[in-house]
Design a protein around this ligand. Structure first.
Ligand code: NAP
Length: 239
């Protein structure tokens, strides 16, 4: 059985990615942190063709226990596609940024990339096939005031994407990133879309489905010659 693991699959962009990968024929492992009801809605939306895997991606012990446990117990199943999507933002100007705001954001995006991917990589290397897609952000490319922690975490993942791509290309594994701009999800709830869209050439926020479409493309077999790439999905916003 061919599987895809999507971290943060209970809501927003992750949910849309689960739907896309399910439509591509994958059995989807839907990771989430707290929201079991929302994760179940995702599972329902993909017709039950998957399962929930609850663990905190910021906690390496949980990753090893839950994801490591799943891998050990399911040696007949192959994780072909990994989407490192789970992320949070805890914004503050640097002068007021608290230790825990720095730690939470770095652990959730950057540390999780390392601990989750390292576990999944072994099976991909044995299978000599894999697609790893990291959901980063425009903030990781250009930096964003009030998001020193978030920009650092996402920029770190971009560097790791490019380095890992060079390590595993020979094993049939591609490693890419997608960098969304403003996408309508819980994360951007409360932002003033009417005002912000004036800066966006296509004059609107994007949808989770538009990000999922790009992830599906990078996850396809046919995208095998694209690696170490960062694909912006931002409606032309790059200032
Ligand atoms: P969202 O609507 O807030 O959903 C976040 C998802 O991540 C939820 O499924 C949540 O699970 C999960 N999650 C959060 N912390 C987790 C943890 N420690 N362990 C496991 N799961 C965790 O966010 P989104 O807008 O879809 O964002 C998805 C990704 O896109 C993030 O990496 C974000 O940085 C990136 N991004 C978003 C935008 C945007 O405009 N929305 C722009 C650029 C980049 P629970 O439901 O259990 O909380």
């Amino acid at each position: 059985m061919k599987c895809a693991l999507v971290t943060g699959g209970s809501r927003g962009i992750g949910r849309a990615i689960c739907a896309k990968l399910s439509a591509m024929g994958y059995y989807v492992l839907i990771n989430y942190k707290n929201n079991t009801a929302e994760a179940n809605t995702t599972l329902q939306q993909i017709g039950g063709n998957g399962e929930l895997l609850q663990f905190d991606v910021a906690d390496k012990a949980q990753i090893n226990d839950v994801l490591g446990g799943w891998i050990a117990a399911n040696s007949d199943k192959i994780i072909e596609v990994l989407v490192n999507n789970a992320g949070i933002r805890e914004d503050s100007l640097m002068a007021w940024l608290k230790d825990e705001q720095w730690d939470n954001v770095i652990k959730t995006s950057l540390d999780s990339f390392f601990y989750v991917t390292r576990l999944v990589l072994e099976g991909m290397m044995m299978n000599r096939y894999g697609r790893i897609i990291n959901v980063v952000s425009l903030s990781g490319l250009k930096g964003h005031a009030g998001q020193v922690n978030y920009s650092a975490a996402k920029a770190g993942v971009i560097g790791a994407t490019k380095a890992l791509a060079q390590e595993v290309g020979r094993s049939g594994i591609t490693v890419n990133a997608v960098a969304p701009g403003f996408i309508k999800t819980d994360m951007t709830e409360g932002l003033d879309e009417k005002e912000l869209k004036k800066q966006i050439p296509v004059n609107r926020f994007g949808t989770a489905e538009e990000v999922a479409h790009a992830v599906g493309f990078l996850a396809s077999k046919e995208a095998g010659y694209i690696t170490a790439e960062v694909l912006s999905i931002n409606g032309g916003l790059y200032s």
